[in-house]
Structures are given as C-alpha cells and as structure tokens.
Design a protein around this ligand. Structure first.
Ligand code: NAD
Length: 387
C-alpha cells in the first residue's frame, strides 16, 4: 500500500518502512564515516528502537563492533495499520548488523516486566555469556510493576502553575500555555515510571544472574535544559524523576563496587523524539534552539550526540569525563553561554507574526516526519510498499 503520514497533534499514527530503513542506514553511515571507537564488545540496550537508545545501539555496533541485544516495545503492522517506527528501525538494524557479521538480537516486549528481564538474561547466557555495557534509555508514559500495579507519569509543575509561550503546532500561532501543578501522588507516580527504580531492578537482576562483566558500565539519559523550561522540566514532575535517576546511578555504583561496575547519567541535548514532542513549550524551545545551533554549525541529532558521548566522554583516551555534578554532559553545546543568550533573545521577541522567521519550524517538522520515516531523501513515497 501507499503509506502517507497521518499526524494527530504530536504523534503520527503511520510509519513508512522504507523511510525508517533509510533513517537507520543514514545513522549507520554516520558512525562508520566517523571511525571506530575502542569500547565494549557486548552491549545491552534497553529502549533500543528509536531516539537516543537506537543511536546508542548503532554506535555500539557499528562504532565499537559490539554484539548487541536490544529491548524495545513496538507494534507490528496489522491489516491496514503500519507498524510503529521502532519496529521498522529494529528490523533494519538487525538486518544491517547481520550483514556485517555482528551479533544482534532484539526482544520486543515490556522492559518493566519480570518476564522480559528473564528473557534477556537467558539470551545473554546462551549467546554472549556476559555483557560489559548496559544502556537504559526508556521513555514511557506508564509502567506496570511486578505486583501488577500500573503507574502513569505526568508532565506537570511542582508548586505553582506555570504559564509560558507555546507554539500551537496546528495553526502556527504562539500563545500562552499553562501547565498545572501536580499532586503528591502524580509526582510519586512520575518518579515510579521515569525514575531509576526499574534501572536498579535491571542491574540487580543482571548481577544476580552473573551476566555482568567486571568493570562494566551502565548509562541512563537525562535532560536539564535552560531556566526557561525549569518549571516544566527540571523542576517539574519529570525533573523529580530524573533526580531519582541520578541518585540511582550513585546507588548502583555503590552496591556494585566490588565488581567495579559503574553507573552514569548522561545529560543529553534537547531533540525532537516521540518523548519530547509531547511536552508543552518544548517544541517552541526546540525550534528556536535548532535555529541558533544550526547557524553556529553545532547542531547535532541523536546519532551525533551518542557518537560523541561514547567517543569523547565514556571511552575516550582520557577516560570517563564526568562534570562537577557527577554526570556526563553532551548538552554542553546546547548550554553554551552564547547559544543560550541568543535563544533567550529570540524567545523574548517571538510571536505568531515572526515565528516562521525566528524559529526553525521547518527543521522541527523535518525531524518529526523523519522519525516516522517520512520526508527522507531518495524515497519514492508514491509507490506501494509492503508494511
Ligand atoms: P524515545 O521515545 O525515542 O525512545 C524510547 C524507547 O523506549 C523506544 O525504543 C521504546 O520502544 C522504548 N520503550 C518505551 N517503553 C518501553 C517498555 N515498556 N518496554 C520496552 N521498551 C520501551 O525517547 P528518547 O527521547 O530517545 O528518550 C530516551 C531517554 O533519553 C529518556 O530517558 C529521555 O528522558 C532521555 N532524554 C531525551 C531527550 C530528548 O530531547 N528527546 C533529551 C535528553 C534526555
């Protein structure tokens, strides 16, 4: 069938298999072109099918020559419904890795569940023995814990409501959006879903099964951003969860010190992914940031970020490059003083009349469509494809 994008708000309900394949191939080419990284050879990526997790897996496999196991949660096609992008991405990744003689196994299921953890552990035991790197890159709106309780995360402020400029994606106007404040229960639930509890569960399960190499490294990803978005992100419900994630890194390192296993949080750049486009105010910030960073020729996507993280900050000649806050930072270019000053200057002025001129809305939408395999160069979208 001919697959067209069907965009509803911040989500696209279709994905193009050939476009997704092109997207993954492009990321693989980027890593190969930029050269090998001396690093681990057996890598588990949890949340491996899109965004930062996919880029981490591509960097591990095609940059470090690692065997990879990827865990993801995506839907296959059924009837006239296409699969979700992560399904096509993973299928492409598996095929390309196999072509290059790299071991690759992908497990589609709920990473929060005990069953998937067991399945992954059995796969490691049977195929790899142990792993020397674990990337934890889940972004999910809900989590069901082992006792069957379901928790839903919220994108809310803590304390007072917060009003800020917002880009209405439907009609390209800029108006105020107000985020309401969370209840104690909403805060706790967001921490349950997006905090570090499940990361710790994973590491405990892997350690207990003795499938972690000595001195293995585990990474999880976070975001801080500028003061402008603090009430929504850093100081909001999600920020509370990210604080828990950072505390969990310390807890994991401490409890696994006899094996020399270390956990780190990497603070990454704001980018258009399925997770970030759902957050109010963030799309406007992203499109202004893109404009400024592209003009300075320092714009990066997920693959550039993860390649730089692995090459310079984790497995570089100078070893692990943590900053004063104990975390790794590849948000360093986003947070550069000159970048943020220009973003804030634009932010002050931006409105419905000058939006298209002052923000890179085109770049935002291009990234958005490409996440679902649309608007990729060299793909003929008028032809029938097998979904
Ligand atoms: P994403 O939505 O692109 O990827 C999420 C991944 O998690 C997908 O592979 C999905 O299949 C998987 N997943 C979700 N629920 C699952 C489940 N129950 N079981 C198994 N797999 C599941 O998101 P992303 O933006 O790449 O986010 C990854 C991490 O990076 C998050 O911790 C996020 O907070 C962080 N981060 C994102 C940004 C950004 O701007 N996008 C910036 C900094 C940090």
């Amino acid at each position: 069938m001919v697959v067209e994008p069907k965009v509803k708000g911040f989500i696209c309900t279709t994905a193009h298999p050939v476009g997704c394949e092109r997207n993954v191939s492009g990321q693989i080419d980027y890593v190969k072109k930029n050269g090998a990284i001396e690093g681990p050879k057996k890598v588990l990526v949890i949340g491996a099918s899109t965004g930062y997790g996919l880029a981490s897996r591509i960097t591990a496999a095609f940059g470090m020559g690692a065997a990879t196991i990827g865990v993801y949660f995506d839907k296959e096609a059924s009837g006239k419904r296409t699969a979700t992008p992560g399904f096509y991405n993973t299928r492409t990744f598996d095929a390309k890795a196999t072509e290059e003689g790299l071991y690759s196994k992908s497990i589609n299921g709920d990473a929060f569940s005990v069953e998937i953890k067991e399945q992954v552990i059995n796969t490691i035991k049977e195929d790899l023995g142990k792993v020397d790197m674990v990337v934890y890159s889940l972004a999910s709106p809900r989590r069901t814990t082992a006792d069957g309780t379901s928790y839903v995360s919220s994108l809310k402020t803590i304390g007072a409501d917060f009003t800020q400029k917002n880009w209405n994606l439907k009609d390209n106007t800029v108006t105020d959006a107000t985020l309401t404040s969370a209840t104690e229960e909403e805060i706790a639930n967001t921490v349950k879903v997006m905090g570090g509890e499940d990361w710790i569960d994973w590491m405990d399960a892997l350690a207990k099964a003795d499938v972690l190499e000595d001195n293995a490294i585990t990474l999880a990803y976070s975001y801080i951003g500028p003061k402008l978005t603090y009430p929504i992100y850093h100081e909001g419900t999600i920020g509370r969860a990210k604080q828990h994630l950072a505390d969990s890194a310390v807890a994991i390192t401490e409890k696994m010190q006899d094996k020399g296993i270390k956990a780190y949080v990497s603070v990454n750049k704001a980018l258009v992914t399925q997770a970030s486009s759902a957050i109010p105010v963030v799309p406007l910030y992203l499109s202004v940031l893109y404009k400024v960073m592209k003009e300075k020729d320092i714009h990066e996507g997920c693959i550039e970020q993860m390649y730089r993280l692995f090459k310079d900050k984790v497995y570089g000649v100078e070893g692990i490059q943590v900053e004063e806050d104990g975390m790794l930072h590849v948000d360093d270019w986003e947070m550069r003083e000159d970048v943020q000053r220009e973003v804030m200057d634009i932010w002050e002025q931006i409105n419905s009349d000058n939006l298209l001129e002052l923000a890179d809305t085109e770049g935002y939408w291009l990234d958005f469509y490409q996440m679902f395999g649309f608007k990729m160069d060299g793909v003929d979208y008028s032809v029938d494809v097998e979904v």
